[in-house]
Design a binder for this molecule. Structure first.
Ligand code: NAD
Length: 278
């Protein structure tokens, strides 16, 4: 079975539109991009278009590559105070002269719709997550949509970044999975994979997981966005071989990607609701 993130995301957008019907004051999302990274530009423009299609107030702040850190922090301070803005997202990666962790900490936790502020990361780690990192939250929603009890399943997450792997592992543990978090120093990865009921691949290496390593009837969530040798988009999982083994698998594109944007819109809505005591 193919898990269509695109389809589930559409349902999320329809639900958001419905919730906002008749509201004069709409959620406001500010997206900040520093520099010219081509992939980041595409992501920022998708976020802009989606926010507009939902009727959000949307601001995209494009800053030049050499923007001083202080200038970026001043912009965040201003957005933190702005009552029209309920969600602030700083597109990563930032140029080398800027300290990303300092910037992420400057965003008010209540407006941190990416869920990367240490306050929100701390809440998630204690099982009280509110603004949860969008990709991880999107993966949890896709798994819930399968109507397969997750409790007791063995999940193997490959990748331990704060953006994807670590929060996914925490969420799956909170869904009562038994979680193995693998990373670049993990030994015998294939042994872990051969026992996994759920595999989440967030490595950033094209076709890194081959179907031959997987357990029969597992569920595969492919987070990777890579370019293959012929220039086409591909994930971290070798789709054709994995599809033979898995009972459910996400495609790339059309899997995790659309869910990330859907959860960003949802987090912005949640944040707006809190500001307006809904
Ligand atoms: P990252 O580079 O921060 O982390 C990669 C992780 O992979 C690291 O924790 C590392 O330990 C692990 N790793 C590297 N080599 C390994 C190996 N040989 N064996 C096991 N683990 C290994 O990347 P990230 O930000 O977590 O993103 C991962 C991928 O997901 C990228 O392709 C990125 O583009 C993609 N991504 C997609 C979405 C989406 O919405 N679809 C969102 C975020 C990231």
């Amino acid at each position: 079975m193919l898990i269509s993130g695109k389809k589930i995301a559409k349902e999320v957008f329809a639900q958001i539109k419905q919730e906002l019907e008749g509201e004069d004051q709409k959620p406001g999302l500010a997206v900040v991009l520093v520099g010219e990274d081509p992939a980041s530009k595409i992501y920022v423009s998708r976020k802009h278009k989606r926010a507009m299609s939902l009727g959000y107030h949307q601001e995209t702040h494009l800053l030049s590559e050499d923007t001083p850190q202080e200038e970026l922090l001043t912009l965040i301070d201003r957005l933190n105070q702005d009552e029209k803005i309920h969600g602030i997202l700083v597109q990563l990666p930032l140029p080398n002269h800027i300290d990303s962790s300092l910037v992420l900490k400057r965003i008010k936790p209540e407006k941190d719709v990416d869920g990367f502020h240490p306050y929100n990361a701390g809440l998630l780690s204690q099982g009280q997550g509110h603004l949860i990192p969008c990709t991880a939250k999107g993966i949890a929603v896709m798994l819930e949509s399968l109507d397969i009890p997750l409790s007791g399943l063995h999940a193997v997450v490959i990748g331990r970044s704060n953006i994807v792997g670590r929060p996914v592992a925490q969420l799956l543990e909170q869904h009562n999975c038994t979680v193995t978090l693998c990373h670049s120093r993990t030994q015998n990865l294939n042994d872990h994979l051969s026992r996994a009921d759920i595999v989440v691949a967030a490595v950033g290496k094209a076709n890194f997981v081959h179907g031959s390593a997987l357990k029969e009837d597992c569920i595969v969530i492919d987070v990777g966005i890579n370019r293959s040798e012929n220039g086409s988009l591909c994930g971290d999982v070798d789709f054709d071989s994995a599809r033979e083994k898995a009972k459910a698998i996400t495609p790339v594109p059309g899997g995790v990607g659309p869910m990330t944007i859907a959860m960003l819109m949802k987090n912005t809505l949640e944040s707006w609701k809190r500001f307006h005591n809904h």
